[in-house]
Ligand binder design. Structure first.
Ligand SMILES: Cc1cc2nc3c(=O)[nH]c(=O)nc-3n(C[C@H](O)[C@H](O)[C@H](O)COP(=O)(O)OP(=O)(O)OC[C@H]3O[C@@H](n4cnc5c(N)ncnc54)[C@H](O)[C@@H]3O)c2cc1C
Length: 531
């Protein structure tokens, strides 16, 4: 990239060891792990933290039972290794952020004894692969047990097999990783798009130029640059090397949220095989039901836009599996783009692409993280840091302890201390029918920080604003002052998940959020909530 001398002279300049472009799960985790190793880091995102795919996932911490089946069917050891790696990472997140992630049982329904036996063995292997990090053994479900867990499920099933995975708040984990890195000294900027990369005379990249919403440009001189821009990864690679050939396929995944609670016992459903040979998840979600996902090849511009056909596709499965539910009502929906590594064989469909990640270092020095999944973002980050070591030509120091904001430095103590905190929160929150739900909400959003957010704010800001998710004004203020929220969508879809649970309810609260933003001098940029 070439800049005029005049433009270049007036530009604000920053100097860091590591520049991370993109603050999704991958970028936030790279910044977090690099900060633990004493690097001076800057983490930039063109939008909000997690506003790409990372807040739009199925929210499962999983090894992927589908990938396990594929591994056995194709005798693919690499696939098996991937499942094992993800199962270990599943346990890592459940351990490190217990307020954001919990064990979820899923029922896999079967129609006959043969398929019951087949899945029992398969899911037993899934348990065994996690070794000591197993989070709960799979078990056979009788017809009665299946009916109790999922009362509206269709007839004609002979029970099934239940197994465990993790369910988590993707957006908040993403945010807290980024904020923890910031607390450790990283510079964190949102609405800050990287437009160009600059090269030294020897062809190595040495800096990036970013632009904020006001058109202000900044230069980021960095010893190493990691490109963690998800589905945009090829765009940044092209900035570094116009001849770089594309490496990413994009596949859109849509989710619906239904007002009806189809999983009243807290046990989800996995539809083992769709007509197009995939699996579907029907999961408990804030007292409602989350349904997903689809797998549709798409462009960058349409990656976040659920199509009517995809919504109808998901509803058709709801009608097939829950026929007594005559007209399910959709309270929210979202879509996200999977950044998939291009398969080597052209004919392989995107749903069969191994979600394995790759770290690429271009000859100019740009490091790109490609592919992977949320569950394994820490492994992706650690591999990216190995590439950083190569670029810096030095070994990074051992990581220091850096608990994720909201958790204790001794992970085993987080859950115990949260129990104590519950009692304290009770003293400060208004007595209402919503109090228990409000305490659970505050703890699941902020972990051990919940109490300080409440005690630092006036009592009249503690009143729950919604029955769906009882967030209060103190949280809106906290999101704007301390969590980089700059728009109603940031607050209502990502700092709190209300818009993803019930869009109409979140729209009702939009003026309150806009009012707080205006009080902080943040201009109105949205007419409606983005999904
Ligand atoms: C529908 C769906 C369901 C999924 N479900 C699961 C699941 O249940 N479990 C699981 O483990 N994985 C799941 N995944 C995979 C997982 O969500 C993704 O692998 C992961 O979120 C990718 O994170 P990322 O940080 O690489 O990308 P993103 O989250 O997309 O982040 C990239 C960021 O880069 C920013 N950016 C782009 N260009 C620029 C620029 N020029 N300058 C600055 N910033 C820029 C974007 O704004 C964005 O915030 C799912 C994926 C999809 C699509």
């Amino acid at each position: 990239m070439k800049l005029s001398k005049e433009a270049s002279n007036g530009m604000n300049k920053n100097n860091v060891d590591l520049l991370v472009i993109g603050a999704g799960a991958t970028g936030a985790c790279v910044a977090y792990e690099a900060s633990r190793r004493g690097l001076k880091v800057a983490l930039l995102d063109a939008g909000d933290i997690g506003s790409g795919t990372s807040s739009r996932s199925t929210k499962l911490l999983h090894g992927g039972v589908r990938y396990l089946e594929l591994a056995f069917k194709t005798l693919d050891i690499a696939q098996l290794r991937l499942v094992r790696e993800a199962l270990l990472e599943r346990a890592h997140w459940l351990d490190r952020a217990p307020f954001l992630a919990h064990r979820l049982e899923l029922a896999l329904p079967t129609e006959n004894c043969l398929s019951k036996g087949y899945y029992r063995i398969g899911l037993g292997t899934y348990d065994a692969l996690s070794g000591k990090k197993n989070i709960g053994n799979s078990r056979l479900l009788s017809k009665q047990q299946l009916n109790k867990a999922l009362p509206l499920l269709k007839d004609g099933l002979n029970g099934g097999v239940a197994y465990s995975d993790g369910q988590f708040d993707d957006s908040r984990l993403n945010l807290l990783l980024a904020l923890t890195a910031e607390k450790a000294g990283a510079i964190l900027r949102t609405r800050c798009r990287v437009l160009g990369l600059e090269h030294r005379n020897d062809g190595r990249i040495c800096s990036a130029i970013s632009q904020d919403l006001l058109g202000q440009e900044e230069r980021w001189e960095a010893k190493a640059i990691v490109n963690a821009t998800g589905v945009h990864v090829d765009n940044i690679r092209k900035l570094a090397d116009p001849n770089a050939s594309p490496r990413i396929l994009i596949s859109r995944g849509v989710h619906l949220v239904l007002k009806e609670n189809l999983c009243p016992d807290g046990i989800g459903l996995i539809v083992p095989s769709t007509d197009d040979g995939r699996v579907l998840f029907i999961l408990p979600f804030f007292g409602r039901t989350q349904v997903g996902t689809t797998d549709t090849p798409c462009s960058i511009n349409t990656a976040k836009k659920p199509s009517t056909i995809e919504k109808e596709y998901l509803l058709s499965y709801i009608k097939r599996w829950f026929p007594s539910l005559e007209s399910p009502s959709i309270s929210s929906s979202w879509a996200g783009g999977r950044p998939l590594l291009k398969p080597s064989e052209k004919e392989v469909s995107s749903s069969r692409v191994v979600r394995e990640h790759e770290i690429e270092t271009l000859p100019c020095g740009l490091i790109s993280a490609m592919g992977g999944k949320w569950t394994t973002c820490r492994q992706i980050a650690l591999d990216a840091l190995k590439a950083v070591e190569m670029v810096l030509d030095k070994q990074l120091p051992s990581p220091r302890q850096l608990p994720i904001i909201g958790s204790h430095e001794d992970p085993k103590r987080t859950s115990t201390l949260m129990l104590k905190q519950q009692k304290e929160l009770k003293k400060y929150l208004p007595q209402s029918a919503l109090q228990t739900k409000q305490i659970a909400h505050l703890q699941s959003n902020y972990g051990l920080e919940a109490l300080s957010i409440i005690t630092k704010s006036p009592i009249d800001t503690h009143i729950p604003l919604s029955q769906t998710i009882p967030l209060c004004q103190a949280e809106i203020q906290h999101a704007i002052k301390n969590e980089h929220a700059l728009s109603p969508t940031d607050v209502l879809a990502r700092r709190c998940r209300l818009a993803m649970v019930d869009l109409a309810e979140a729209e009702r609260l939009m003026p309150i959020v806009q009012n707080y933003l205006s009080m902080q001098g943040i201009a109105k940029t949205e007419i409606g909530l983005e999904q």
